[in-house]
Design a protein around this ligand. Structure first.
Ligand code: NAD
Length: 252
């Protein structure tokens, strides 16, 4: 495929690559995205995922939130795929400056990437809403399990993890709909993108704002979109590679 050859050459020639990705980067690791045909938006729940993953819903129907969260986002055992591993390798080689991700799964760090800007937070971090005690992924998973055994389905605390110190509800450090992004992370992401020589965007439908608007800060002439399906921004790209990102990156 000529596009892959071009991408390979741009990667070989640059020491200032920035990667910006979304849920499609992790589908080959077994984590469903939102908008693909088998993504979460096409599965059946009592409420649409955008509603469940909103701040209002979390506050009002915490038990329902955790039911969805446990089934779909607290996924244990997912491993980095070829895309995560290649990005970590490029950073170690001094070619890639940063990974900016909309994902909350922590797979880039697991692959060995160091400069990872998580625009939407991470399931790996959780805090008590009252005393701010920290809980990691394993602790939260255990507490959700515990709360599903000690409370009956239908009870407001069913599956809701509680703080060991003060008993208040624990909230994942993920940015829910209606919540703002961390300004310092966003500013850093803008800086990396504005200074990038090659910007590779992959596995994102580019419809979730403000994250999707980051593309506007790139002023170079090597904007690459690697995605399985067309995105609304394809016409702005200097190179469009249509395919599975893990398969594409393993050829670089
Ligand atoms: P999205 O679901 O809107 O879009 C994913 C895009 O990736 C689609 O265009 C799809 O065609 C493409 N895709 C799927 N598999 C691919 C593959 N193997 N290779 C290349 N492209 C592939 O996801 P989004 O744009 O990231 O926005 C959704 C929001 O959902 C984000 O804010 C993110 O925080 C959150 N989310 C995160 C995870 C995760 O952490 N893994 C999973 C689901 C949703």
């Amino acid at each position: 495929m000529d596009e892959i050859q071009t991408l390979k050459q741009w990667v070989a020639e640059s020491n200032n690559i920035v990667f910006f990705g979304g849920a499609g980067v992790s589908t080959e690791s077994g984590i469903p995205d939102f908008r693909s045909v088998d993504g979460l938006y096409h599965q059946k729940y009592d409420y649409p995922p955008e509603t469940i993953l909103s701040h209002t819903f979390f506050m009002r129907k915490t038990s329902e939130f955790y039911k969805f969260y446990k089934d779909k986002l607290l996924l244990e055992g997912a491993k980095p795929n070829a895309a995560h591993l290649k990005l970590a390798e490029l950073e170690k080689a001094g070619k890639l400056k940063a990974v900016i991700t909309q994902n909350i799964d922590g797979l880039h760090q697991l692959a060995g990437s160091e400069e990872v800007l998580e625009l939407h937070g991470s399931v790996q971090r959780n805090y008590c809403m009252k005393c701010h005690e920290f809980y990691d992924f394993a602790a939260i998973k255990e507490k959700v399990e515990e709360a599903s055994k000690t409370n009956e389905p239908g009870c407001p605390d069913y599956m809701v993890p509680k703080c060991e110190k003060c008993g208040a509800t624990i909230k994942p450090d993920v940015v829910l709909y209606e919540e703002g992004l961390d300004n310092s992370v966003l500013t850093k992401a803008v800086r990396y993108i504005a200074n990038a020589d090659v910007l590779i965007i992959g596995g994102t439908s580019l419809v979730v704002y403000p994250a999707a608007g980051l593309i506007d800060y790139y002023s170079g002439n090597k904007l690459v979109l690697v995605n399985l399906s067309a995105t609304a921004q394809d016409s702005r790209a200097d190179l469009v590679v249509r395919g599975k990102i893990g398969e594409v990156f393993s050829q670089l």
